[in-house]
Ligand binder design. Structure first.
Ligand code: Z57
Length: 828
C-alpha cells in the first residue's frame, strides 16, 4: 500500500550514520542471525512478520548501543510523563530514520531477497490510545528524545489496545485488537523493576516519636506492577529515552492456601482480577469512564510510576526532600491525578515527612495538563468508591481539602450565602449530586503549573471551569499550544515532499523546520509548483489504491480530496459535513450539467462502542455514501468514502494525500486538535472554525490561506441562550431544511425509513453543537473552496504557503517551552 521511497538517506544523515557498504553487511548479518537464533526460522519459511521481528531486533541492538551512550551520567533533572495513553503506532520507521538507517536497512533486506515496504506493513500498530491525547503523548516522547530532554514516559502495557473497527452493512463492529499476539520485539521486560500496588483494606494508626501519629495502610489486595521498557530513539540517534509500561500480575501466582483449601475457583478468580487491570484500553475519548476497573487502572499505573521514580531519586540523591530539584512530573489529563495523594502518602507514611514538607515537595514536583472543558469528560469519582478502594488516599484528600478551604475562609470569605457557594465551587468534593471527588480540582491544587493546549483553550480554562481557582493563583495556568513531531508526520509519512524541501532549502531543514519558510519564495514558481503537485498526485494515487482495496470504491485522484479523519464525536460535527454532502448531492441532481468541482469526501474514525449517536452518524455516512456513489447522475462529481479501522498508520497514508482538511468543531469545544497541524504541514488547506489551535494556524499561515467559517466561541454561548435557536435556523435555511427532510424521510435508509430520526429530531429540538447555526456559512465557504480549486495556481500557492509557515507547530517547540517554563530542565 506504500509507494517505494526514493533514496534520500545519503544527504539526510550524519556521515557516521550513512549507508556505507560495511553497515549494510553488518545489518544484513545481524538480521540473518536474529531470524535464525532469536526466532528459530529459516529464510525460506519466514513470513513478513518474521522478517519484521528480526529487523526490529537488529535495530533494537543498535538503539541499545546509543542508549548506553546517553545513560553514561546521571542527569541533573528528569521529566516523567504520566499518561494512561501512548498512541505510538508503528515504531520501525521512527527507529530507522532517527538512526539514519533507512537506506541501510532497505539494502540489507534487499540482499536477503526481502522488500522493506512489505516488512514495514507487517508491523502491528501499538494502539495504546484513543485519539489526540494519546498521540500527543507519543509525539512528545519522540521530541523529548530528539532534543535531548532526559525523560521517561509511564503508562500501561495493555494486552489489547484500541479495538479493531469493521463495518457490517454500514454499522460499526468492534473486534479485539491483538498487537502482542506474536510478541513485541521492541520491548525489554524488566522483572527486577516490580512494585506491589495495594487496593482496599484499612488504615491503622501508631504513635511514633514525640507523640506524632503515623498512619499505615493495610491493603486487602496487592497487585504486582512489572516494568516493560520500549526505547524511544531521538533524531540522529543522539539520545534515547524509555517508555515504561506496567503490566499487572497477581501478587501470588495462585493463592496457594486457598487453592490447597479446595477453593480452586476463588484462587484463580483473584488472579484474574489482578491481571484484568492491564488487559484492555478503555475505548472512550473525551468522555469520562465511571467504572471501578478504570479507577484501578489509574491508581495502578500512577502508584507504580511514583514508587519507581521516588526510588530512583532516593538511590541517586539520598534524600527525598530534593525531589523537586531533580524530577518534574507531568500529569497528562486527570487520569493520573491520584498522584497527588499517592506522593503525599509515600512522603508522609513511608518517608515520615511532616505534612507541610510533604505538601511542598508534592506541589513543586507535579504539573497538570488539561485537555478538555467538555463537562462529560471531567472526571469525578464517588467518594464511597474511593473510600473502599483507596482509604488512605481519601483521608489525605479530605485533609488537603480541609486546609485549602480553611485557607480561603481565613481570607475573609466566611459567613454569607455567597461564601458558601464560593467554597462549594472550589472544593475538591462536589456535593451537588452525591459526593464525588473532582479530579481536575485535585490535580489543579496539587500542581505547580497547570496548562491548556491552545491559546483559546487556556483562556477558556481561566474564564470558565477553573475561574475561581485561577483567581487564587493567577500565575498557575499557562498556555502550551500542542505540536506534532515532524519526523513522523513529515519526513517519514511524506518522504517525497521532504525530499523536495531538502532539495529546495537544504538538508538543514531536517534539523530546523524554520527553514521551511524558504519554500515561500517558490510558491508561484511553475517548476516548483509542478514538483509539489506531483508529490501530492503520487500520494493521492496511493490512497486511491488503498480505498479501492478496502472499500471497493473507485475514486479519481484528480478530484479534490476532502478529508475528515478523527474520532467520531458530536462536537467534532462529522454530521455537519454529511449534511453538507447531502445538500451538495441535491444541488448536483437539480443542475446535473453545471461544472461542479469533482470531490471525494473521505471519512475515517472510530466511535466509542457505547456511543449510540456517534455510531448512528457512521451509519448515516455509509448510507449516504452508498446512495451517492451508486447514482449515475452524479457520476464522478461526488464520491463518499468511509475507510474502516482508522489508525496512526492509516493516518500516515491519508494525510499526505489530502487537499482539504476538515476541522469543523463547534467553537470552544476542541481544546486544540493536532490532526489540523499534520494536514496543514503537508499542504492541505483547512476548512475550519475559530476553535482550538485552528486560530493559531490561521495566524501562522495567513487568513488568505485558510477557509474560516462559523460562530466564534462567544457567539456560540450567546446563541445557546436564545430560545428555539435550532428550529428558527432551519426555518431560515431552505437548503438545510431540504437536506434534513431528505434524511428524515428515509431516502438513504429505504429499508428502515425512521432510522435517522434520532439525529434529525435532535437537530430540530436541541442541536447542542449548533450545526444549524453554522450550516449556511459552511455551505458558503465550501463553494468558495470549489472556486479556489478551479484556479490551480492560486490553490498550490496557498498549499505551499501552508507547508512553509507551519514550523512553529513542531512538538520540539512545544517541548522546549515545557522544558523552559514548566519543568525548568536543561536540554541534553
Ligand atoms: C482526548 O483525545 C483529548 C482530550 C481529552 O480530554 C480526552 Br479524555 C481525550 C484531546 C482533545 O480533544 C484535542 O482537542 C487535543 O488536541 C488533544 O486531546 C491533545 O491535547
Amino acid at each position: 500500500a506504500r509507494a517505494p521511497e526514493a533514496p534520500v538517506a545519503a544527504s539526510w544523515t550524519a556521515p557516521v550514520l550513512s549507508a556505507s557498504g560495511d553497515a549494510v553487511v553488518d545489518l544484513r548479518e545481524s538480521i540473518r542471525a536474529k531470524l535464525a537464533f532469536a526466532l528459530g526460522r529459516t529464510p525460506e519459511s519466514a513470513r513478513p512478520r518474521d522478517w519484521f521481528a528480526a529487523t526490529a531486533l537488529a535495530l533494537r541492538e543498535r538503539i541499545v548501543a546509543a542508549c548506553m551512550a546517553s545513560e553514561r551520567s546521571v542527569p541533573n533533572k528528569r521529566v516523567y510523563y504520566l499518561s494512561l495513553e501512548f498512541l505510538i503506532g508503528r515504531l520501525m520507521s521512527d527507529a530507522m530514520n532517527n538512526l539514519g538507517l533507512t537506506e541501510t536497512t532497505r539494502a540489507a533486506l534487499r540482499e536477503l531477497g526481502v522488500d522493506l515496504d512489505a516488512v514495514q506493513e507487517a508491523e502491528p500498530d501499538a494502539a495504546l490510545g484513543n485519539g489526540g491525547l494519546g498521540r500527543l503523548a507519543a509525539c512528545f516522547m519522540e521530541s523529548m528524545a530528539s532534543i535531548g530532554i532526559p525523560a521517561m514516559g509511564y503508562g500501561i502495557r495493555y494486552d489489547h489496545g484500541l479495538f479493531r473497527q469493521s463495518f457490517e452493512d454500514g454499522w460499526q463492529r468492534e473486534a479485539p485488537e491483538t498487537w502482542l499476539a506474536e510478541g513485541n520485539p521492541w520491548e525489554f521486560a524488566r522483572p527486577e523493576a516490580t512494585y506491589a500496588i495495594g487496593f482496599g483494606g484499612a488504615v491503622t494508626m501508631s504513635s511514633a516519636e514525640a507523640g506524632v501519629i503515623r498512619r499505615h495502610w493495610q491493603p486487602a489486595e496487592t497487585v504486582r506492577a512489572v516494568a516493560h521498557d520500549v526505547p524511544v530513539v531521538g533524531w540522529r540517534g543522539r539520545h534515547v529515552n524509555a517508555l515504561r509500561l506496567w503490566k499487572a500480575e497477581a501478587g501470588e501466582p495462585v493463592d496457594l492456601a486457598r487453592f490447597n483449601g479446595g477453593d480452586h475457583v476463588g484462587a484463580v478468580a483473584a488472579r484474574m482480577r489482578a491481571e484484568a487491570i492491564s488487559r484492555v484500553l478503555y475505548p472512550s475519548d473525551s468522555s469520562a469512564e465511571g467504572q471501578e476497573l478504570r479507577l484501578r487502572q489509574e491508581y495502578f499505573f500512577t502508584a507504580a510510576s511514583i514508587q519507581d521514580l521516588v526510588a530512583r531519586h532516593v538511590a541517586e540523591r539520598g534524600d527525598v526532600r530534593s525531589l523537586p530539584d531533580h524530577a518534574a512530573i507531568q500529569l497528562n489529563d486527570t487520569h493520573p491525578a491520584i498522584a497527588v495523594p499517592e506522593l503525599m502518602r509515600l512522603l508522609l507514611d513511608v518517608y515520615g515527612l511532616a505534612w507541610e514538607d510533604a505538601w511542598h515537595v508534592t506541589t513543586h514536583t507535579l504539573h497538570y495538563t488539561n485537555h478538555t472543558l467538555l463537562p462529560e469528560a471531567l472526571e469525578t469519582w464517588p467518594v464511597e468508591l474511593m473510600e473502599r478502594l483507596l482509604p488512605r488516599h481519601m483521608q489525605i484528600i479530605y485533609l488537603i481539602n480541609w486546609m485549602h478551604l480553611e485557607e480561603q475562609a481565613k481570607h475573609g470569605r466566611q459567613g454569607s450565602a455567597d461564601a458558601a457557594a464560593y467554597l462549594a465551587a472550589i472544593s475538591l468534593i462536589d456535593e451537588s449530586h452525591g459526593r464525588r471527588v473532582r479530579m481536575g480540582h485535585l490535580a489543579f491544587h496539587g500542581a505547580r503549573r497547570v496548562n491548556g493546549v491552545s491559546a483559546l483553550h487556556t483562556d477558556l480554562m481561566r474564564s470558565t471551569v477553573f475561574s475561581d481557582l485561577h483567581a487564587l493563583d493567577p500565575d498557575k495556568i499557562v498556555n502550551k499550544t500542542n505540536g506534532i513531531t515532524f519526523r513522523r508526520w513529515f519526513h517519514n509519512a511524506n518522504p517525497g515532499l521532504t525530499r523536495l524541501a531538502v532539495e529546495t532549502v537544504g538538508a538543514g531543514v531536517l534539523d530546523n523546520p524554520e527553514l521551511l519558510r524558504g519554500l515561500e519564495a517558490q510558491a508561484e514558481d511553475p517548476a516548483f509548483v509542478a514538483r509539489y503537485a506531483a508529490v501530492r498526485r503520487e500520494r493521492k494515487e496511493a490512497l486511491a489504491a488503498i480505498i479501492a482495496e478496502r472499500t471497493g470504491i473507485d475514486v479519481d485522484p484528480a478530484a479534490l480530496f476532502d478529508v475528515q479523519v478523527k474520532r467520531i464525536h458530536e462536537y467534532k460535527r462529522q454530521l455537519l459535513n454529511i449534511i453538507e454532502t447531502v445538500a451538495l448531492y441535491q444541488a448536483i441532481k437539480a443542475e446535473p450539467h453545471r461544472d461542479w468541482t469533482p470531490r471525494v469526501k473521505i471519512f475515517a474514525g472510530k466511535a466509542a462502542p457505547s456511543y449510540v449517536q456517534a455510531k448512528l452518524i457512521i451509519k448515516l455516512a455509509c448510507d449516504v455514501a452508498r446512495a451517492v456513489n451508486d447514482d449515475p447522475e452524479v457520476a464522478d462529481r461526488l464520491k463518499v468514502v468511509f475507510l474502516p479501522n482508522y489508525s496512526v498508520s492509516l493516518a500516515e497514508s491519508i494525510i499526505p494525500a489530502a487537499d482539504l482538511s476538515e476541522q469543523i468543531s463547534t467553537a470552544g469545544m476542541e481544546a486544540s486538535g493536532t490532526g489540523n497541524m499534520k494536514f496543514a504541514l503537508n499542504g492541505a488547506l483547512t476548512v475550519g472554525t475559530l476553535d482550538g489551535a485552528n486560530i493559531e494556524i490561521r495566524d501562522h499561515v495567513g487568513a488568505e490561506n485558510i477557509f474560516i467559517f462559523g460562530l466564534e466561541a462567544d457567539g456560540v454561548r450567546a446563541r445557546q441562550a436564545e430560545p428555539d435557536y435550532a428550529a428558527r435556523a432551519i426555518e431560515a435555511s431552505p437548503r438545510l431544511a431540504a437536506a434534513l427532510d431528505m434524511i428524515a424521510a428515509g431516502r438513504f435508509s429505504p429499508d428502515e425509513p425512521g432510522r435517522f430520526r434520532p439525529l434529525t429530531d435532535d437537530l430540530r429540538r436541541r442541536d447542542q453543537y449548533l450545526l444549524t447555526a453554522d450550516f449556511d456559512d459552511y455551505w458558503r465557504v465550501q463553494r468558495a473552496i470549489d472556486a479556489a480549486w478551479r484556479d490551480p495556481r492560486g490553490w498550490w500557492a496557498k498549499a505551499i504557503r501552508n507547508t512553509a509557515r507551519m514550523a512553529w507547530f513542531s512538538s520540539d517547540r512545544a517541548m522546549r517551552e515545557y522544558a523552559g517554563e514548566i519543568w525548568r530542565v536543561r536540554l541534553g
